[in-house]
Ligand binder design. Structure first.
Ligand code: HEM
Length: 358
């Protein structure tokens, strides 16, 4: 018996590795494995990559208003492969947003949010908010003009929310205006609170998912599902690994081709700098430029009421839409609504980008 076997058996006797292995790898997958089911694992993979690169960055980054910009400059210009590390972390966040949208679209099109998977979806919507909050809080950390002014505008928008708005804005800023306290708070939220929340909510997400079991294909009959039954291992594991490898190559490619560029150090002095958020918040930014959302009430409608209503609708979706039909062609209203939403977001994003050159 080899040493590895001896160690394996020793651990197995104590924590029953064989049962754990069977539970993790031999989960039945009705209808068999698919690339479409790989988005969830790919998201988990990106989170692990973001946590790893984030920890490495923290060895060099100083989260104080008088050193944040200099330490980011040091990472980009002097630290060996620092530019790659920071650029990988930066592009990883964009790819995570794209992946979370792909995962949501997949489970939406497959009707996998319906009874009995309402709790899986609900935990998922909280994960979506956490992923967006990672993007928002991370944007300030380089402490350059782009970071400072985009965050100032973002927090001002939050301030407009009724009842909690003023508290939220003061809590995030740490005072009446953005400054050193804001950076400390965003840093703590970005590196402590959000990762802890993501790990906790993801554990619930997976627990609910394993309790309900995978939804499987939308068009198969129960009999077909039972006859074409595969386990998670080996075919789905293989597909998940292929997608993770592609995600890694894409993020590394983006980081190499378009490394992060730092603007001038943040300064609260008024400048002619035009603040702009990350690309995935651009549609909201553009929405607020529309005439119908100008004025105090219009701003409240566009910045708070509409996004708030969207999040509430997203959370309530499995409870509102109780039709058990899962085939997308037999759910024309749901499919049209999502196409309308995606086209709207794409058009607003394009308008925001087009207005840059004017
Ligand atoms: C960090 C974010 C997320 C991670 C890491 C994650 C991870 C996963 C994993 C590993 C699975 C199981 C395999 C699969 O079908 O992919 C899964 C399933 C699922 N997720 Fe997520 N998820 C995230 C966000 C979301 C969001 C935002 C939603 C929807 C709002 C969502 C809804 C679901 C649903 C309904 C299933 C069950 C799919 C089925 O039964 O076929 N997830 N998720």
């Amino acid at each position: 018996m080899s040493l590895i076997h001896i160690i394996y058996n020793w651990i197995d006797e104590r924590i029953d590795l064989k049962t754990l292995q069977a539970k993790l790898l031999y989960e039945p997958m009705p209808g068999g494995s698919r690339y479409a089911y790989a988005f969830g694992s790919a998201l988990l993979f990106i989170f692990i990559m973001q946590a790893t690169t984030g920890i490495l960055l923290m060895f060099y980054y100083a989260p104080t208003a008088d050193h944040a910009w200099q330490s980011t400059q040091y990472i980009l210009k002097e630290l060996d492969y620092g530019w790659f590390l920071l650029s990988f972390h930066f592009w990883g966040s964009s790819v995570m947003v794209v992946m979370v949208v792909c995962h949501m679209l997949q489970v939406f099109i497959w009707g996998a949010y319906k009874n009995p998977r309402e709790m899986v979806w609900l935990a998922g919507t909280i994960l979506f908010l956490i992923v967006m909050a990672f993007g928002f809080t991370g944007y300030l950390l380089p402490w350059d003009q782009r970071a400072f002014w985009a965050t100032t505008v973002g927090v001002e928008i939050m301030d407009k929310a009724p009842i909690v708005g003023d508290f939220m804005a003061r809590f995030l800023r740490g005072g009446p205006t953005a400054g050193a306290q804001t950076l400390s708070r965003f840093f703590v939220i970005h590196v402590m609170l959000l990762p802890a929340a993501l790990i906790a909510v993801f554990s619930l997400h997976l627990f609910f998912f394993r309790k309900a079991g995978p939804a499987g294909p939308f068009k198969a009959t129960r009999q077909q599902l039972e006859t074409k039954m595969e386990f998670f291992f080996p075919r789905q594991v293989f597909k998940d690994i292929v997608v993770m490898a592609c995600v890694f190559v894409i993020i590394a490619g983006l980081a190499t081709l378009w490394p992060v560029e730092l603007l001038d150090e943040a300064s609260p002095e008024p400048t002619d700098y035009n603040p702009e958020p990350e690309w995935y918040f651009l549609f909201l930014f553009q929405l607020l430029r529309l005439k119908m959302f100008s004025g105090e009430f219009g701003e409240f409608l566009g910045a708070i009421a509409l996004p708030g209503l969207f999040v509430l609708l997203l959370m309530a979706l499995p409870f509102i839409n109780r039709n058990p039909e899962r085939h997308p062609l037999k759910r024309p209203f749901a499919m049209s609504a999502v196409v309308f939403l995606l086209v709207g977001i794409a058009v607003l994003t394009w308008m925001a980008i087009a207005s840059r050159s004017q």
